[in-house]
Ligand binder design. Structure first.
Ligand code: PHE
Length: 459
């Protein structure tokens, strides 16, 4: 064991930090959107199965690789498959994490601005729909505003990562995650007791299997991989700070459980709202979060408090994810290039900030960046395309490569050996080994092929 390398201070530290990584904008924003488009509970069931049989398994594999080598993704592949092309997969993961960070920070920046907007009582003034829409549109259409909030968010992320694993990431996760759970709980209570909540809840909790197609499975898979932070080396890097005595299977189980719970709760909080607002076409995506919800806050008692709490929740979820994204390139430069953590964090954060400017300008501020192409009926700007290519395709590819690597190159015997540190021998490990070698690659490759052959099934 490398004594000079930073480690998590306790068992719970890994679980909280990794849950913090997993629980993010993906749970609160993307999950309800995907469930809404894909038949409510039908999607939720398919999603849960994918989390158990693919997400959880790949996560166990990814954490095990990291803990075995105690290095960043490039270092891991270099050690486990010396002088092979696998190292490229490590580099690819690092670039993907960096890329996700660049646009993630833009959306997360909006949530900071909205904490202030709601806390100052703006939404209590019974604004009209047009006025509320205008608050959002004028923010994203203004280059200085969108870049400013993106900058503030990136600065916050850098500030937390610079402290290191124990004094930065762990400390912040321990403070922020319990806050997040509490706020989520309060918001769900508020949403399900709203007058007329029943209609939305029915839509959410009743499965509409007629909406399920091959595309539903792809959407659920992409969502699970994004939400569980797989395929980019985040879990590998966090696993590399884990001690040998800890039980990987159990820890990964907790992370998957918490992540899925929070996504499910976000649906409980958001579905009622989609159907309550009178006369509005149910809207999902950015409009839902930044326009429909504020309208609701402007109408309910104590809307200022609930509104501010909601955006604080989004911010907390986002920042504990963005620190895990930044940690991936930082760990690479610290481990492989011998940079100090401070230098690595500052430089990696600055580069992600500049790369993110393109996304920041692509939601209305700069015309051609805002509408680069159309996919189906959806106009895609730079940020949408970055999310699709980096957040979906690259991450799914990365997850597939991890399953293939663990199953066929590193080997399931080595995996089982690593898992047996910190836990007793058992059937579960054999089952995991079987699933990662045969089942996960088969399903991942199958769904990716299906997608390539039917690109319109998922839009
Ligand atoms: N899982 C995070 C979310 O759901 C996003 C993320 C992806 C974080 C990849 C780290 C790595 O928002």
């Amino acid at each position: 064991m490398d004594k000079t390398r930073d480690n998590w201070g306790s068992k719970i530290a890994f679980i909280l930090a990794a849950s913090g990584s997993a629980i993010g904008l993906g749970n609160i924003w993307r999950f309800p959107t995907a469930a809404y488009r894909n038949g409510g509970a039908a999607f939720v069931w398919i999603y849960i199965l994918i989390v158990i049989f693919i997400g959880f398994i790949v996560m166990v594999g990814e954490i095990s690789m990291g803990r075995n080598v105690q290095r960043n993704p490039v270092g891991v592949y270099k050690k486990l498959a010396p002088r092979s092309l696998w190292t490229l997969v490590g580099y690819f993961g690092i670039l993907t994490a960096w890329g996700v960070l660049s646009y993630y920070s833009v959306v997360a920046g909006w949530t900071i601005r909205y904490i202030f907007t709601s806390a100052s009582g703006t939404f209590m003034k019974h604004l009209s729909e047009a006025e509320i829409t205008n608050i959002f549109v004028s923010m994203v259409a203004s280059p200085s505003q969108s870049i400013f909030w993106h900058f503030i968010f990136m600065l916050t992320t850098v500030g937390m990562v610079i402290g290191g694993v124990k004094k930065g990431i762990e400390r912040w996760s321990k403070i922020l995650m319990p806050m997040l759970f509490l706020i989520m709980f309060l918001l769900v209570l508020r949403a399900v007791t709203l007058e007329g909540a029943g209609a939305g809840l029915m839509k959410y909790l009743k499965a509409d299997w007629s909406k399920v197609t091959g595309g539903t499975f792809i959407a659920a898979l992409g969502q699970a991989i994004f939400s569980l932070s797989l395929g980019v080396g985040t879990m590998m890097t966090y696993g590399s700070y884990m001690r040998r005595e800890e039980n990987i299977v159990r820890s990964a189980g907790f992370v998957c459980f918490f992540d899925t719970m929070v996504a499910f709760m976000a649906g409980l909080a958001i579905f009622p709202v989609i159907f309550i607002m009178p006369g509005i076409e149910p809207e999902v995506g950015a409009k839902l979060i930044f326009i429909v919800l504020p309208r609701l806050f402007s109408e309910i008692p104590m809307g200022t408090i609930f509104g501010a709490a909601f955006f604080v929740l989004l911010f907390l979820a986002a920042v504990t994810s963005s620190i895990s994204l930044l940690e991936v390139p930082v760990a690479y430069f610290v481990d492989e290039r011998g940079w100090s953590r401070k230098k690595a964090t500052l430089i990696c954060g600055t580069i992600a900030f500049f790369a993110g400017i393109l996304s920041a300008l692509s939601v209305g501020a700069v015309g051609w960046l805002s509408h680069i192409t159309d996919i189906g009926t959806r106009a895609m700007g730079f940020l949408d395309l970055a999310d699709l290519f980096i957040g979906q395709y690259s991450m799914t590819f990365g997850a597939m490569m991890i399953a293939l690597f663990v199953g066929w190159r590193w080997g399931t015997a080595a995996l089982v050996q690593e898992l047996s540190h910190g836990s007793n021998p058992g059937m579960a490990k054999k089952l995991i080994a079987f699933l990662i070698k045969y089942f996960c690659p088969l399903i991942l490759i199958g769904l990716i092929l299906y997608f390539i052959l039917n690109p319109n099934a998922f839009a």
